[in-house]
Design a protein. Structure first.
Length: 254
């Protein structure tokens, strides 16, 4: 496929997948259960945190997380007592366990109580066309609370060469505002031009077949290469192509 053919091909795939039908098979359905901004943020952050592995299991366990918080995630984060966290102890999704879940509740409480919320923290330290430093600084603030070291692995640090797929997916959900009904666009302090593609096995494999990516590892260096090529296609909204890459990989087995 020539470069002149690539953009219209990918734009067509974005149109195909970036619509409400996408929601029913994607973890983004979890925050779509809510209307309060803070509920959407908390539900989205937690669902994105466990978004690795089997998608049905991700959705099932994300629903379980919401249920354990009485389906009022922000209220639970802000008003829970220590004994409320006991019912989270049996939760498990792969290596994310009940102790991690409790720590995340406390970390979120810290963010909203002392740092004016998730959007406020992520909107700081944005560099030109990059959220990498912002994500790294967010992780430091999130773990200012008492925590076990093992829990830190559940938030990636792009400055440690991670592609930070789940955080980048969460940011796409919150920031993109295209009125297509999938992404929320409830954060207006972060430009879409600074977002990065959620790079995983599926999007990485498709990107390599389309020669948008040459690096073999799905790490921060690969993400920079992919982002640079996607910005050539659309400098204002490069991450919209996540729909095309993901759809081609998961639904079309491209």
């Amino acid at each position: 496929m020539t470069k002149s053919e690539l953009k219209p091909f990918l734009d067509e795939k974005v149109e195909l997948y970036n619509n409400p039908n996408f929601i029913e098979s994607d973890p983004i359905q979890i925050p779509h259960q809510f209307s309060l901004k803070e509920d959407i943020e908390v539900a989205g952050f937690l669902a994105a945190t466990i978004a690795w592995g089997n998608r049905k299991m991700i959705i099932q366990n994300s629903k379980k997380m919401m249920n354990l918080m009485g389906d009022s995630p922000y209220d639970f984060v802000m008003n829970h007592q220590e004994y409320h966290l006991e019912k989270l102890e049996k939760f498990v999704h792969r290596t994310f366990n009940g102790g991690d879940f409790s720590t995340f509740i406390k970390g979120l409480n810290h963010i909203y109580t002392n740092h004016n919320g998730l959007e406020s923290v992520f909107s700081k330290n944005i560099e030109e066309n990059s959220m990498q430093k912002s994500i790294s600084e967010f992780k430091k603030i999130f773990f200012e609370i008492e925590h076990q070291n093992r829990t830190q692995k559940h938030i990636s640090d792009p400055l440690n060469n991670s592609a930070a797929k789940r955080i980048n997916m969460f940011l796409r959900w919150m920031v993109r505002d295209d009125n297509k009904g999938v992404d929320f666009g409830i954060w207006n302090t972060i430009p879409t031009s600074a977002l990065s593609c959620p790079l995983d096995v599926h999007s990485g494999n498709v990107a390599r077949k389309l020669e948008l990516l040459t690096r073999k590892q799905n790490d921060a260096k690969a993400l920079f290469e992919l982002d640079s090529n996607l910005r050539n296609l659309d400098p204002n909204d490069p991450v919209k192509y996540d729909f095309a890459l993901f759809g081609l990989g998961v639904f079309e087995k491209f």
